[in-house]
Design a protein around this ligand. Sequence first.
Ligand SMILES: [Zn+2]
Length: 457
Amino acid sequence: MDLAMAISNFLLFSICFCFLASYQDLHSVNAQSHNLSQLSVTPINYDLYHSSGNLMEEIRALVHRHPDKLTMETIKAGNRGYGAEVTVVTYCKQKQENNERSKLRILLSFGQHGRELITTELALRILSILSEEKILTSMDQSSLNSALDNLVIKVVPMENVNGRKIVEAGDLCERRNGRGVDLNRNWSVDWGKKEKIDCDNDRVRRGTQRLLLIDYDPYEENPGIAPFSEPESQIMRKLAISFEPHLWVNVHSGMEALFMPYDHKNTTPDGLPLQRMKSLLEEVNHLHCQDRCVVGSGGGSVGYFAHGTATDFMYDIVGAPMAFTFEIYGDEATSSSDCFKMFNPTDLATYNRVLSDWSATFFTIFKLVPHKLGEFNSKASMFKLDRLVSIDEYLDGYLMERRNRYGKKMEVLELGMQEIRTYFRLFLLSSVLLMFMFCSRISKSKCSRPIVSALPL
Ligand SMILES: [Zn+2]
């Protein structure tokens, strides 16, 4: 009895001891991680960065000081109790009626992801240089001015204002809009597809380990309930379709890269469109990235695919001959919870270097794009003259033209392209059959008909 009592007491004591020990362990781990997370998170440095309100106010004042070059509009939209507004600044010298259509058109978007504050600072820097309040020391001003005479540049300095406000309220890792949708997954090209990570694929695994925490994260797919469910994307789509840009750049941060289409598959476009985009990006990489930027298709370069992105839409549906995503800065060594530091420079020297390097990049592109487009367009037209066009190619061209003209019906056309081709072939086939039947009937009736001329009249 005593022995049993002793054993049960010992057991009870052991259980209590284990419980207390584990509780203490747990408690100390929690406290430790709490301290760690408190220690490792860098707050927004407002000595370097503007708040969203201040940034937009500064842009408004800049536009006001330069009405000869800059104009500004704010577009609003909303649905299901959620509203958003997008401000667009247009740079166009010597504005006249229809002047915009005769120039080369460029559309740039910044701040699509809330946590990437550095991109919106770059928008302000580019607008300041366009207004000539700031100058680029690395570039000859007169040659730059003559290039700018022939351009219309639309800048969206902060596409995702609501998401940015969430970041400023303390949620430093937020990249989505004000109701949890990723605005770079809400477009219609290959929308809503879930990407499985193939853990057996070495390249994918390595890519994912390195890139999991940065700007292309397959775990962070929040595409919304349908393509263009979000007011911000609706505004951007409308803007792109009416403006028909020759060049689109979606500016992000998280790494250093110059991406061309496609984001949703491991290929680039081929032929002349590829040569045109690739030669521009390689030149830019050499001039401004010291060849360290990743160049290639978004889908091919990061190890997995992003579905429903703006750049794929701009290339495939809007028909922009050049469509890019630039990633302008990333601190890949930083812990994943320290988002401000991971996506944005935190010291003055790096902040200044990023802004001056990338503004120089954009102004180099403004100078190069007309040449690249001209150079390859003339090659393309020569090429077109001496080759036969197949029915499929003819239909593709026809549909592309219609897409550009009737933007709203574009997705329907996109989905219906295959069906239209099939119907067109069936139509051709049935026409040929009908013709054949008609002809054979005529020749038959000719044979069976009595020879009228033989009859007396
Ligand atoms: Zn981003």
